[in-house]
Design a protein around this ligand. Structure first.
Ligand SMILES: NC(=O)c1ccc[n+]([C@@H]2O[C@H](COP(=O)([O-])OP(=O)(O)OC[C@H]3O[C@@H](n4cnc5c(N)ncnc54)[C@H](O)[C@@H]3O)[C@@H](O)[C@H]2O)c1
Length: 312
C-alpha cells in the first residue's frame, strides 16, 4: 500500500511541502485549503511536473477532507503567516481557530494519522492540536527545531567556510525569540564550536538564528520563509515513513522531562514509524536550564492566553 500524506494549507509552506514530498516519492499527497481552486490547481501543476522530474505519485487538491481519508501523516500548515513587524505571538488566536478546525476535520478522516504541526505560534498550535484531537502525544508534534538548527548550521558553516554537512547544531526551546541554540553541544565534524569561534562571534550567530525568521520576513515584506520550513517538515515525514529513527529537534509534549510539565517545547527526539519514539534529555548547564525554563515560560504564557479567551 502506498502511503498517504495530507498537507493542510496549500499556501507557500504547504505547496512546497507537496513539491518536496513528490520529489522524494514518499507517498500520495492530498493538498487541502479553504480557498476554492488553489489546492486543486497547485496539486495538478505539481502532478504535471512528474514526467519531467521523474517522480510518480498521485497529487490531488481539495476543499474538504473526504479525499484525505486514512492518511498516514497530516501536516498542518494552514493559517496566516507573519507580516513585517508582527510577532509570532500576534498570530495566536487567529491561527488557534484555523488549527482547531483543521485538526477536527483531519482527525475524523484519519484517526490513526500522525499530526505534524507547522502553523505558528508553533508550540501553542501543537498544544491546540493535542487538546482537540485527543491523540496520544507521540502522534502530535511540531516542526521548528529542524528549521532553527538548519539556520544555525548555515550560519556556522558560512562563518567558518566549511561544508554545512559537517556542522551539527543543537537548538532547544520554544519556536520564538527565546529559543535556545546550545553552542556547547554544537560542533564541526566533532570539533566543539568553542574551539573554532570566539564568544562574540558565537553570540552573533546565536542571535542571528533567533532572528532567522524575522530576517526573511524583512526581505520578503509580505509573507514569511517557506523553502527551508517545508524542507524541514519533509525531513520529519521521511524519517517517519521510512522508519529511519532520525534524532531531530521537534516540538514535543513534555511531562516532566527537563522539569517541564504539560507544554510543547523543542527537544531532541527519535522519529520513527510510531511518531516520537523517544525524547532525549540532555544534561544542561545551569545557564542553559535557565534559558530553557524562560523559553518554556513564554510558551506557557500563550497557552494561558488561549485558555483565558476560551473561558471568557
Ligand atoms: N514552524 C515553523 O518553523 C514555520 C516556518 C514557516 C512558516 N510557519 C507558519 O506556517 C503557516 C503557513 O505559512 P505560509 O507561508 O504557507 O502561509 P500562506 O498564507 O502562504 O498559506 C496559508 C494557507 O492556509 C490556508 N488556510 C487558512 N485557513 C485555512 C483552513 N481553515 N483550512 C485550510 N487551509 C486554510 C490559506 O488559504 C493559505 O493558502 C503560518 O502560520 C506560518 O507562520 C511556521
Amino acid at each position: 500500500m502506498r502511503k498517504k500524506i495530507t498537507v493542510v494549507g496549500a499556501g507557500n509552506v504547504g505547496a512546497n511541502c507537496a513539491v518536496n514530498l513528490a520529489h522524494k516519492e514518499l507517498g500520495d499527497v492530498v493538498l487541502v485549503d479553504v480557498v476554492d481552486g488553489i489546492p486543486q490547481g497547485k496539486g495538478l501543476d505539481i502532478l504535471e511536473s512528474g514526467p519531467i522530474e521523474g517522480y510518480d505519485v498521485r497529487i490531488t487538491g481539495a476543499n474538504d477532507y473526504e479525499p484525505t481519508t486514512n492518511s498516514d501523516i497530516v501536516v498542518i500548515t494552514a493559517g496566516f503567516p507573519r507580516k513585517p513587524g508582527m510577532s509570532r505571538d500576534d498570530l495566536l488566536m487567529a491561527n488557534y481557530e484555523v488549527v482547531k478546525t483543521a485538526t477536527e476535520k483531519a482527525d475524523a478522516a484519519s484517526p490513526n494519522a500522525i499530526l505534524i504541526l507547522v502553523t505558528n505560534p508553533l508550540d501553542a498550535m501543537c498544544w491546540t492540536a493535542l487538546q482537540v484531537s485527543k491523540f496520544p502525544k507521540h502522534r502530535v508534534f511540531g516542526m521548528a527545531g529542524v528549521l532553527d538548527s538548519a539556520r544555525f548550521r548555515t550560519f556556522i558553516a558560512q562563518e567558518l567556510q566549511v561544508s554545512v554537512e559537517n556542522v551539527t547544531a543543537v537548538v532547544l526551546g520554544g519556536h520564538g525569540d527565546t529559543m535556545v541554540p546550545v553552542t556547547r553541544l554544537s560542533s564541526v565534524a566533532g570539533i566543539p564550536l568553542s574551539e573554532l569561534l570566539d564568544q562574540a562571534t558565537l553570540d552573533r550567530l546565536v542571535q542571528r538564528t533567533r532572528d532567522g525568521g524575522a530576517e526573511i520576513v524583512k526581505y520578503l515584506k509580505t509573507g514569511s520563509a517557506y523553502y527551508a520550513p517545508s524542507a524541514a517538515a519533509v525531513e520529519m515525514v521521511e524519517s517517519i515513513l521510512k522508519d529511519k529513527k532520525k534524532v531531530l529537534p521537534c516540538a514535543a509534549y513534555l511531562e516532566g522531562e527537563y522539569g517541564i510539565h504539560g507544554l510543547y517545547v523543542g527537544v531532541p527526539v527519535k522519529l520513527g514509524s510510531k511518531g516520537i519514539e523517544r525524547i532525549y534529555e540532555l544534561r544542561l548547564t545551569a545557564e542553559e536550564k535557565a534559558q530553557l525554563a524562560k523559553s518554556a515560560a513564554a510558551v506557557e504564557e500563550l497557552i494561558q492566553v488561549i485558555q483565558k479567551k476560551l473561558t471568557a
